[in-house]
Design a protein around this ligand. Sequence first.
Ligand SMILES: Cc1cc2nc3c(=O)[nH]c(=O)nc-3n(C[C@H](O)[C@H](O)[C@H](O)COP(=O)(O)OP(=O)(O)OC[C@H]3O[C@@H](n4cnc5c(N)ncnc54)[C@H](O)[C@@H]3O)c2cc1C
Length: 390
Amino acid sequence: MDNFDIVVIGGGIHGAGSAQAAAAAGYSVLLLEKNRLAYGSSSRSSKMIHGGLRYLESAQFHLVHECLQERHLLSRLAPELVYLDRFYIPVYESSCRSRLKLITGLSLYAVLGGLNSSTHFHQLSRNQWPALDGLKQHGLKAVYQYYDGRTDDSRLTRAVMNSAIELGGEAIVPAEFVSAACDQDSVDITYIESGDTKYCRAGAVINATGAWVNRVLEKITPARPEINIDLVQGTHLVLDNLPLEHCFYFEAPQDRRAIFLLPWNNKALLGTTETAFTGQPDNVVPLQSEKDYLLEIVRHYFPDYSSNNKTLNVVDEFAGLRVLPAGNESNFKKSRETVLYRSHDRVVNIYGGKLTTYRLTAERVIKKLHSVLPARKEKALPRNITLKAP
Ligand SMILES: Cc1cc2nc3c(=O)[nH]c(=O)nc-3n(C[C@H](O)[C@H](O)[C@H](O)COP(=O)(O)OP(=O)(O)OC[C@H]3O[C@@H](n4cnc5c(N)ncnc54)[C@H](O)[C@@H]3O)c2cc1C
């Protein structure tokens, strides 16, 4: 039977990041992914490496600070994959977020980001408004511009996995984890590859399966309690007839949520929603109600599309799942912090998290496992490893 220090289950950004951190720390590591790399939320995000300006509203200052530090680091380590873009926030007479609230939020964002040039923001002069891609001018009171990070989530995941492999890590894709049995010294793992049942042994297991986290944990013996979670789906649409040069951060007129409209591969990326999801994670798809909600926002902010003169042409759509703590408060307000749950001595489960903070999460996961693994010679520090675009 093949033996590894660490087996990682799941080939999203957290699985790839954990494999990279494990290989960099000198451990032998195997990653198992049942579909393809970045199959889950890691290819269905808003594709931003951001501080999460809107998390300031729910007072998640620590998260925003960490995200901004990681944004800074990743734009240095992966300049081909992570870049800063100008984002525009319009404020209307009807907006619920006032100019004062925005200036306070952007100032705090700048302070939490270390007051460097990437955290500068300013107010546009009135004569710049008409150049904003046909943005509604009626009732417009101010437009603020700040910077945030953008990426291609799927390529970033593959770049991190390539880095893990360069450091000696291995991956089997597709390979479906079936079960694991923990004892005092190791974990015996069963998985399916090309229809065949296979086995391997590991010193530790990292469950990085995103929305599938509890489904995988249920298959690890001895049985342990799970963390209660809510799955919340987020839909994005890609439009091909809305010529867009600017990144917009809108307030949805229907419910005041934050919505992004971004140029993306010569098209426009629009998202996202927050809809409770109770099905099988493999079956998540955009709902008609979500599509109607998102298109209504574009029609509201771009008068050319509010009449029937121009219809909005949706050429692609996708939905991903967030893993949030279970509870009654609104999904918008729930904590977005990553939770690392050590269900067994040799098993760490990753709940929630963000693309932006994957490196930090992976570093913390590996630190948790040091005590049950043999000493190995460190090869590199992920915070110093540059990433090449795949
Ligand atoms: C709508 C939306 C927008 C978002 N926007 C942003 C953003 O702009 N910026 C940001 O920083 N974060 C964003 N996030 C958060 C971010 O996308 C996720 O936190 C992150 O991608 C989760 O990665 P993951 O590796 O944990 O899970 P996933 O990417 O879902 O990966 C889990 C993997 O596990 C695999 N798997 C499951 N079961 C098994 C099994 N039995 N055997 C083998 N493999 C298995 C799946 O196939 C999947 O590939 C967004 C999330 C959503 C839903």
